[in-house]
Design a binder for this molecule. Structure first.
Ligand code: AMP
Length: 193
């Protein structure tokens, strides 16, 4: 299996790129943000529990993520691998993901980070707010999400870099250009296995 983590601040284009990567490399796409939005829409107990947290731009507590992830992964048993989009976001989640994959004799093979300047991220997120009306795309919540990314998620770069699994990719340019850069890194990683 090939397991890929796509990593980057809100608005970096993780969702768009993950869908294309999943299709090209036949990976199962797991977006924890999409899972939570579905739970909120369906007003499930989990959805009701996380709604306020997500609307403020905070992270959902780590202990709620692991079971969610386990059941999302089990749906795709026997596939070629996963692309994790928006997960892990904390060191605890990264360790949990390692444990979960290890249960099946698997590991994270590659972590790719999309790098985009803050000003560009804010512009993109405000445009998305108009188009999609996501409740966490207001100016205030965006600032909080960028801050949460810097303080809680960025430390993961070192975690993966120490394991020689981390590659940064410029997240500016057209969707096709960025996709091309990501594919190049994936191809290198696949061919060196
Ligand atoms: P996203 O669509 O990935 O930007 O996720 C939207 C929101 O869902 C985030 O701002 C968090 O509140 C929550 N969320 C998604 N994934 C995670 C995660 N791995 N850990 C904690 N919270 C998450």
């Amino acid at each position: 299996m090939f397991n890929l983590v796509l990593f980057g601040p809100p608005g970096a284009g993780k969702g768009t790129q993950s869908i294309q990567i999943a299709e090209k490399y036949h990976l199962a796409h797991i977006s924890t943000g999409d899972i939570f939005r579905r739970e909120i829409r369906d007003e499930t107990p989990l959805g009701l529990r996380v709604k306020g947290i997500i609307e403020k731009g905070e992270l959902v507590p780590d202990e709620l993520l692991i079971d969610l992830l386990r059941s999302a992964m089990h749906k795709y048993d026997g596939g070629r691998g996963f692309i994790f989009d928006g997960f892990p976001r904390t060191l605890r989640q990264a360790a949990d993901l390692d444990d979960l994959l290890e249960e099946d004799g698997e590991k994270v093979n590659l972590t790719l980070a999309l790098e985009v300047e803050d000003q560009e991220l804010i512009t993109r997120l405000l445009i998305r707010a108009e188009r999609e009306g996501r409740k966490d795309d207001t100016r205030e919540v965006i600032a909080n999400r960028l801050n949460v990314y810097q303080t809680q998620t960025r430390p993961l770069i070192d975690y993966y870099r120490k394991q020689g699994k981390f590659r940064a990719v410029a997240g500016q340019g057209t969707i096709e250009e960025i996709f091309g850069r990501l594919c190049k890194e994936i191809d290198v990683s696949l061919s060196s296995r």
